[in-house]
Write a protein that binds this ligand. Sequence first.
Ligand code: UGA
Length: 441
Amino acid sequence: MFKIAVAGTGYVGLVAGVCFAEIGHQVTCVDIDENKVNLMKSGISPIYETGLEELMQKNYAAGRLDYTTDYREAYRDADAIFIGVGTPEQPDGSANLSYIATVVRQIAETIEKDCLVVVKSTVPVGTNDKVEQFIQDFLVNDVKVEVASNPEFLAQGSAVKDTLEAARIIIGTESKWAEELLMKIYEPFNLPIVSVNRRSAEMIKYASNDFLALKISYMNDIANLCELVGADIQDVAQGMSFDERIGSKFLNAGIGYGGSCFPKDTKALEYLAKQHGYALRTIKAAIDVNDDQKTMLYKKASKRLITFNGLKVAVLGLTFKPGTDDLREAPSLENVPLLLEQGADIYAYDPVGADNFAKVYPEGKNGRGTITYVDNVEAALDNANVCFIFTEWGEIKAVAPETYKKCMRTPLVFDGRNIYAIEAMKEAGVEYHSIGREAVQ
Ligand code: UGA
């Protein structure tokens, strides 16, 4: 078993650290935020992630997992240091690597024994070469240090499961020593390991995410065409899915992909290509389709209603997907301001995302409109003129079609996630508009 330090306790760092402890390694997670460190020491997770707190508490109690703000203590004698700090998108689409640079310098000035530095954060191809050079430039002690790439493939909401049961572990190394050490660290997971060079590992991460984004934009494009020609996107997707070369996952048309990964990683790869004088046309198209798709539902509703001024608008779901309180690039953030600008009175329900949303749009008057956060679906629908569904949370999917008819002033629903069967809405007498399917008038 190895002594591991993890830099950054966001989704990537914290989940990796906790899972390394779970398989028996000695782990210290480092974060600059003292409050966050104290919170984690008391067994509370700073992020909402199924099963994470239980594993934090179990491994902390077992003495395999600790948290600190003192990076020197954690890095000094670590066998490996995993970096999981953020690489936010900059206005031009490139990744901001300043957090990584800070951590790397701290590592270079601190380590006292041979150490493998493993970059888990998503970084543009070639970054790990620069990181290694940077470490060598600032290295204080006479120790061996190498950099490996080990991209993360977890999805928010299922992060622990995705890590412990990952489809594959990608390791990108430039020496036998680094490859063997990383292999040994991952051995107890008993998962398929793909070992490649550093640049290929970095590229696998972008190519995988961008392929999934492309798949979603493709289905959204086809869905928009389905509406025009009278086909049904869900039937089309089902028919396509039987071909194993296509597969059955990530074929759901909707209101565009959001989150902290696909929007950022598509733009970053397009930018990288541009830097090398190459136009990545497929990804550019995926980005364009997604930008349009996010407000597709609003545009449909605007045609139907002419104005939202003074209307009571129910909004069901605010997060970019179910199972997370994350709002980054969520379609709700594009649509709610448009509704508010028009003078809508919004009643919003989300099982966990309302507090974060209220930081951007506080309860009460917002421009011409108002927003009120309610704690159940019925309260949002009560006497509403129109309802928007932005996130397919389980409790929203469980709402019976009759509930819209019963609770709303006029049962008019715009569903960005295709959660209802067309027939069921027809039977319930609900006017229902979704994506890539027949409208129920
Ligand atoms: C994504 C990838 O799925 C992970 O494999 C990857 O590790 C992660 O990015 C990352 O790079 O860190 P995540 O952003 O958490 O994970 O969420 P997804 O479940 O992939 O969903 C992304 C967006 O696509 C959501 O807005 C979702 O609603 C949308 N989506 C997904 C669709 O519109 N249709 C689909 O069929 C699937």
